[in-house]
Design a protein around this ligand. Structure first.
Ligand SMILES: C[S@@+](CC[C@H](N)C(=O)[O-])C[C@H]1O[C@@H](n2cnc3c(N)ncnc32)[C@H](O)[C@@H]1O
Length: 174
């Protein structure tokens, strides 16, 4: 299905190990939530989106997993989400500009909720020439200020728009 080719690719990049706890920021319609929660051995998944409309759509798509207690959704920005009880092995976002738009307070929350050994994937659609490098530079800057460093960059020729995902991890002295 064309519309979710990029999200299917992203699920493969995130590829949580069995039982790993995942946070998705800006889950939209909940397609990536569905793909990740459906993986064998999937651990608990929390997703937040500031749009109540999006969370309602994501709830409809993931109702069975929510009722089974495997997925929970919150209508909130990442900065205001109730994550006190949580920590995560993987934090992922796709096409969420907040992760590269200063001052990007989202990174402070990510820093707080990421478990030791955790990783962050900032994925985005590459909308034109130079967009990849511009976003990568911006992510490196705002994440670097919070003690994260780029670990890898994943790319794919997804249709209709290519995709990229920057993988970041905390620096040892961050
Ligand atoms: C372009 S949409 C992408 C949705 C989905 N990730 C996808 O790729 O299809 C961006 C989504 O992120 C949400 N969003 C933007 N900034 C956010 C923030 N700081 N915290 C939570 N959600 C946010 C928006 O409400 C919107 O649903």
């Amino acid at each position: 299905m064309r519309a979710s080719e990029r999200l299917a690719w992203a699920a493969g990049v995130v590829a949580p190990a069995p039982g790993q706890r995942v946070l998705e920021v800006g889950c939209g319609h909940g397609v990536l939530v569905d793909l990740l929660a459906g993986r064998p051995g999937a651990g608990p998944l929390v997703a937040v989106d500031r749009s109540a409309t999006m969370v309602a759509a994501a709830t409809r798509r993931n109702r069975a997993a929510i009722e089974a207690g495997r997925v929970s959704l919150q209508t909130a920005t990442l900065a205001t989400a109730d994550l006190l009880e949580h920590s995560f092995d993987v934090v992922v976002s796709f096409d969420v500009r907040a992760f590269w738009t200063p001052p990007a307070p989202e990174w402070d929350v990510v820093r707080r909720v990421l478990a030791p050994g955790g990783r962050v994937l900032v994925a985005f659609s590459v909308m034109g020439p130079g967009a990849d490098e511009a976003i990568r530079t911006a992510v490196r800057r705002v994440a670097g200020e919070r003690g994260f460093a780029e670990h890898a960059v994943h790319r794919a020729a997804t249709a209709p728009t290519p995709s990229a995902a920057i993988e970041l991890r905390p620096t040892p002295d961050g």
